[in-house]
Design a protein around this ligand. Sequence first.
Ligand code: CTP
Length: 403
Amino acid sequence: MLTGKRILLIISGGIAAYKSLELVRLFKKSGADVRCILTKGGSNFVTPLSVAAISEEQVFTDLFSLKDETEMGHIRLSREADLVLVAPASANILGQMAHGLAEDLASTTLLATNKPVMVCPAMNPMMWEHPATQENLETLKTRSIHIIGPADGDMACGETGTGRMSEPQDIHDSVLRFFDSHKPLSGFSALVTSGPTYEPIDPVRFIGNRSSGKQGHAIASALADQGAVVTLVTGPVALPDPEGVNVIHIETAQEMLDAYKSALPADIAVCAAAVSDWRTEDQVNQKIKKNGAAPKLTLTENPDILKTISNATNRPALVIGFAAETENLIYNATNKLSKKGCDWIVANDVSENIFGSNKNHVYLVTENGHEEWPQMDKRAVASALVDEIINHTNTIKLKEAAE
Ligand code: CTP
């Protein structure tokens, strides 16, 4: 759930610091990497040794430690994180943050960071309600600092009121929601085709192809992992539906086109399906019997889904096709780019036993030329393609912001 996420946890002084150990454990269990800074106040409640043991990382405590600064440095510490979380956040550290003080490693790191910051206040109810604390919080909110809690209840000091640090599970879930809503493709919708199509000859026979759907399904998963709302239109495959993806199962090219059109509008379209180019002209309702002469099949061309989508009035902003070739790969793929009217083509040489394999060797062809990617697992190709899509959408956002 938090796989690959790097959280910098600052543990400041307060009895709630003992709960931070459980918080580290929950983050680690969800797959995050957690580095901790322990303030002088925090180390009165938990020891660097226990934090290091649970986080399985070096714990940073001192701004002027020669060893820490040469190995990591407070600037790197503040930048090599996806999120900086202060839990517990004492009244003192909230004040330091609001006033831009850099008095120790924690406050200096908070001043130096360019990453999102979340704080989990924990203090006595009178301290929480004090106008100084409330004004500091207002200042932090105007700087887009996220505030989790505090909760109501009995305090360690014997008083009751608002000021308890939120429970570790609640903080963990808030962080999870934060990452979900801040994924690079949050707010984008994507349509993906995958697998083969089956075109019936009679009730038992069909025209099909060797596509396994592995590449298209991996792309749908990778898009969803990055926050896009994904609809996958797939032909018959022996793969489970990817998690978190809206899947429409179809058999024929016409059904794929109908499903695809009904799922429009979308921001991104990826046509990875191996659509059958032809179907039989006549629909035969009974099984064709052997009668000595081989039956004559008259074929007619199927609709071209990629071409239709590329030229639709509600065309997605980015349309990506594939090119399955057995010769003149780049030449044919470049031709397909203009013939179909799409933005990018992922070209692969299908004579290299690509169908059904877990590996793929592709070239990304755009109007600017082509680049060869090394042979990779199909999931790695999917995530590399999604990285390209994210770069592209970021460029569009930057352009829009500049206009
Ligand atoms: N495609 C499609 N609808 C079709 C045929 C192809 O959407 N009826 C899409 C595929 O999903 C792929 C791209 O078009 O993204 C190229 O498919 P490919 O099989 O390589 O080429 P074809 O268009 O079928 O042309 P040819 O068979 O002549 O190479």
